[in-house]
Design a protein around this ligand. Structure first.
Ligand code: SF4
Length: 210
């Protein structure tokens, strides 16, 4: 099967499997999604969703978090790991959003990646999920693993994989494809024990490395 045909078939099958795919992070505003996404680095969404209710209740807006003490923020987000760095980044990012962007998350990739703790992956998630802007395919550990197993890339670097997937697929598929691959990676095509016999993609998947 040709590569672009396989990519299109993967999109079609995953869309049928996960028609309403959305991030599993809980949030109520673009700012809260940005915070939750930063916290999700090296941490599960389930764990992040356990700490964000208190975090958002105590400091709901960027200006609130910017003036919170480092110790107080650390104590709330401690269980998400790398909590000192995350607390510091989030407080700094909150200050910039409050002072330079009127308290609103900028709808612009360059402005987002200029915020402390916000890389291109986080920026793409926020733009896609919160604003419906397809800035690119988000490549996390699940997307990287599945793209390689599915034979959609041979590359290792997430940004290069993102560029390859973006060249294969129409832009209006970029946002949801990432979300669907992440869900499929968690539920079916796990790192250690992929369940190929139950997988909707089995017919088109070359199962590279399995
Ligand atoms: S067929 Fe197997 S390797 Fe391919 S996507 Fe499905 S679970 Fe993963």
């Amino acid at each position: 099967m040709k590569l672009d045909t396989r990519a299109a078939t993967v999109v079609e099958l995953l869309t049928g499997e996960y028609p309403d795919a959305a991030t599993e992070l809980d949030y109520g505003s673009p700012w809260q999604l940005l915070v939750a996404t930063v916290l999700s680095a090296q941490c599960t969404d389930v764990r992040v969703n356990k700490v964000t209710p208190e975090l958002f209740a105590r400091w709901p807006h960027p200006e609130d978090l910017a003036s919170a003490s480092q110790d107080d923020v650390e104590s709330v987000i401690r269980s998400t790991g790398m909590f000192r760095q995350k607390a510091s980044s989030l407080r700094s990012a909150a200050g910039i959003v409050a002072s330079d962007h009127g308290g609103r998350v900028p709808e612009d990739l360059d402005a987002l990646v200029a915020l402390p703790g916000v890389g291109r992956k986080t920026a793409k998630v926020v733009l896609g999920e919160a604003f419906g802007i397809a800035a690119g395919v988000t490549v996390d550990t699940h997307v990287r693993r599945l793209a390689r197993r599915l034979g959609l890339t041979r590359l290792e670097d997430p940004e290069k994989i993102a560029a390859e997937l973006e060249s294969l697929l129409p832009q209006d598929e970029w946002i949801k494809l990432s979300t669907r691959l992440i869900l499929h990676g968690r539920r079916v095509c796990s790192a250690r024990s992929p369940r190929c016999s139950e997988c909707v993609l089995a017919e088109v998947c070359p199962k590279i490395g399995i």
